[in-house]
Design a protein around this ligand. Structure first.
Ligand code: ZN
Length: 204
């Protein structure tokens, strides 16, 4: 797969976290040289990690660019083309998810940072990506909601690494997270009849 055909959401070489020093106070984290209230995301009231560097380097498959992931997950855009996926009336949005789990009960509630995908790009991804074919779910979802972030939590002497899940309901921890990715909950996900691997549909 060349870089033109890589998913838009793929992290590119040359991108990196690029922001002022983090200051931890009794009310949360903020960037040095400003006020938290002016710096938090207006929709989710979390401090987002700022990234810099050009977006045209070689794609790093399997890793998401934080800026692109956030926009695609928030606006439910295709992870490949950043367009709004077409779907038939009454049909849920499509997700392709890597998984090692070969048993799911359907319908399933699934938390993920993966944005949705349009039909043509789901087929392209499955055709081209052997890693994906080795273990994936293809599900349709009618109800999806942002439920939290993955990020670095600055409490208890932290930072504790960039991949802690903090839910929007955790009002005590939320002010202390530097958010990298938006986490979606896919509610009532059902296997897609055309794209889901047969073996996985058969499980109870
Ligand atoms: Zn697409």
């Amino acid at each position: 797969m060349n870089s033109v055909q890589a998913p838009a959401v793929a992290l590119r070489e040359g991108r990196f976290p690029d922001h002022p020093t983090i200051v931890v106070t009794g009310t949360g984290v903020h960037y040095e040289g400003g006020h938290r209230d002016d710096q938090v995301d207006p929709d989710f009231q979390v401090l987002r990690e700022r990234w810099g560097g050009p977006g045209d380097g070689l794609p790093l498959y399997g890793e998401f660019d934080p800026d692109v992931q956030w926009e695609a997950a928030d606006r439910l855009l295709c992870a490949y083309c950043l367009n709004r996926p077409d779907r038939a009336p009454g049909e849920g949005l499509l997700w392709l998810l890597r998984t090692d789990v070969d048993q799911h009960r359907w319908p399933a509630d699934i938390e993920t940072t993966t944005p949705p995908i349009c039909d043509p790009h789901a087929r392209l991804a499955l055709k081209r990506c052997a890693t994906l074919r080795r273990g994936y779910l293809a599900v349709r979802v009618r109800e999806v909601e942002p439920v939290g972030v993955l990020g670095t939590v600055f409490t208890g002497g932290g930072p504790n690494g960039p991949d802690e899940l903090v839910r929007f309901t955790e009002t005590d921890r939320l002010p202390y997270v530097l958010a990298r990715y938006l986490v979606l909950e896919l509610r009532g996900a059902e296997p897609d009849p055309a794209l889901h691997p047969d073996l996985l549909v058969e499980t109870p």
